[in-house]
Write a protein that binds this ligand. Structure first.
Ligand code: ATP
Ligand code: MG
Length: 344
């Protein structure tokens, strides 16, 4: 559906060339909800704006359904852009127009009759569950309601792709969740492919199927949501995930109560597992097989889509070579083992 090939975007700043996006390649399949995560300044918005060519790449190609947007004429590009809706952090509604007029606005050059346009706009307002506000003005709506209108507006031309740039960053957690649910509904009912930029792994966890992590203009890691959560490779990815599942705070609290001197023949580790857990069995197993004891300090289970994902912080006690053998055994059973350095 979306195929970004070796895209670089350079900006000139005081005669210095700066790469906001640095040789990024990324494929996003039809009907996927794809997350792009990174800190402020990582280049997320710049990258996503190349998908509808709001930002022209300095080099590289942007294929949408096998057509390179970079090579299209202005007229062709205008047409192609109708296939790509976009929503933003601050909603960008037109304040002097009513909700209905806002949703009608992108249809102004469309060939369909006035009645058809009205019908379409009302259907969309119904889909986003805000039809009762159709004659109100944006200033009369809450943030979450405004984002609903922005989503309806972005869908007015029946796009196959919806780009969401920090669409929930201005909203409280509960409203965020309701907007994410709405995006999921749009994806499922209309088959729209969604690209979602955020700096929160929690947002990604809620609805995305795949995710890329961006840092300094580059994509440093990509994968399915389960691959990335269960087995992140890069430190930055790990830290995004640890923030999302509160692991950072938990580990700090645990460490504060531990004395490194007590850690002879012991290891502090994080065990993560995906899917139905056989962890209880495995903990008994490593005791039986390797004489390694497990003391559970903290545990949580959350859901990635419908898949359970568990994290345990444990202390293992036993002979070093036995502990190592036990970890090899756990890994072979599909548990991810990450040793936590206790300092000292
Ligand atoms: N038009 C521009 N001219 C010059 N520099 C720009 C321009 N647009 C973006 N940049 C720079 O490119 C870098 C990446 O910006 P971008 O907005 O893509 O980051 P981001 O990941 O979306 O950040 P945020 O999370 O804050 O939105 C930043 O350093 C920014 O200052
Ligand atoms: Mg941005």
């Amino acid at each position: 559906m979306i195929d970004i090939k070796n895209v670089t975007v350079e900006f000139e700043n005081k005669n210095k060339v700066f790469k906001a996006v640095d040789d990024v390649s990324l494929k996003i399949n039809k009907k996927e909800i794809y997350g792009i995560v990174g800190f402020s300044g990582a280049g997320k918005s710049t990258l996503v704006r190349t998908i509808n060519l709001l930002q022209r790449p300095t080099s590289g190609e942007v294929f949408i359904k096998y057509r390179d947007l970079v090579k299209l004429s202005k007229k062709e590009l205008r047409k192609e852009r109708k296939n790509i809706g976009m929503i933003f952090q601050h909603f960008n509604l037109m304040p002097s127009r009513t909700i209905l007029e806002n949703v009608l606005y992108p249809l102004k050059d469309s060939d369909i009759s006035k009645e058809e346009k009205n019908k379409r706009a009302l259907e969309l307002l119904k889909l986003v569950e805000i039809e009762e506000k159709k004659d109100h003005y944006p200033s009369e709506l809450s943030g979450g309601q405004k984002q609903r209108v922005a989503i309806a507006r972005a869908l007015s031309n029946n796009p196959e792709i919806l780009l969401c740039d920090e669409a929930t960053s201005a909203l409280d957690p509960k409203t965020t969740l309701s907007i994410l649910k709405l995006l999921k509904k749009v994806n499922e009912e209309l088959g729209v492919t969604i690209v979602l930029i955020t700096h929160e792994m929690n947002v990604v966890k809620e609805i995305c199927t795949g995710v890329s992590i961006m840092d300094k203009g580059k994509i440093i890691e990509s994968g399915s949501i389960i691959e990335i959560f269960a087995n992140p490779q890069k430190e930055l990815t790990k830290s995004f995930i640890n923030v999302a599942n509160n692991m950072d705070t938990t580990i700090e609290k645990i460490k504060a109560h531990l004395d490194p001197k007590d850690f002879e023949n012991k290891k502090l580790v994080k065990l993560s597992y995906v899917g139905e857990s056989a962890t209880k069995g495995l903990i008994v197993d490593i005791y039986d097989r390797f004489d390694v004891k497990t003391n559970i300090l903290s545990g949580n289970i959350e859901f990635l889509g419908d898949t359970p994902f568990g994290n345990l912080i444990v202390i293992n006690e036993g002979k070093e070579e036995n502990i190592d053998a036990a970890y090899e055994y756990l890994k072979a059973q599909g548990t991810f083992v990450e040793e936590i350095y206790i300092g000292g």
